[in-house]
Design a protein. Sequence first.
Length: 183
Amino acid sequence: MRHMQKGFTMVELIVVIIILGILAAVALPRFTGLQRDARVAKLNAARGAVASAAAQVRGAAAARQGQIQPTCPAGGGVPNVAANGNGTLCTESGVIPITLTYPQATLNGIVAAAGLVQGVGNPTLVALRAEGYDVTGGGNGAGATLNFRVNGGVNPATCSFTYTAPTALGVTAVVGTINALGC
């Protein structure tokens, strides 16, 4: 009569543990790399949204500069783009404050125009952080710079790009290059 073996031998268990260890050693760095790649992709998407929003608001503001406008259905209020390029503009995100025909470097300006926070209206810093972003700096004046960051990296301050409002009428707003060192 033949005796059937039940279970695994100690050698087989050790071999399986070694194989799992090797797989873990190879897979973990790749997984970490994927998280970094995801943060860089998110940063690129935000930069693209900011650049696109700045261009769209600029075009609409230039067309409406010095013109009487109807009430904005998206956020209420009467938008007004003055001859000097300052004022407010009606968009699907609501009324966007502008400086020199570009969105202001603020939460209610470029962040709202770019749609980085879900929903329509005035975004808050808390809502922006819930989306995985953070901003510092900014302001409603000419040349104000708003720093955009993606949270979660080794150094969020160096996982960023900037938006700088124009310094004079006819000067283009600048969306800075991406710094992905800390992603």
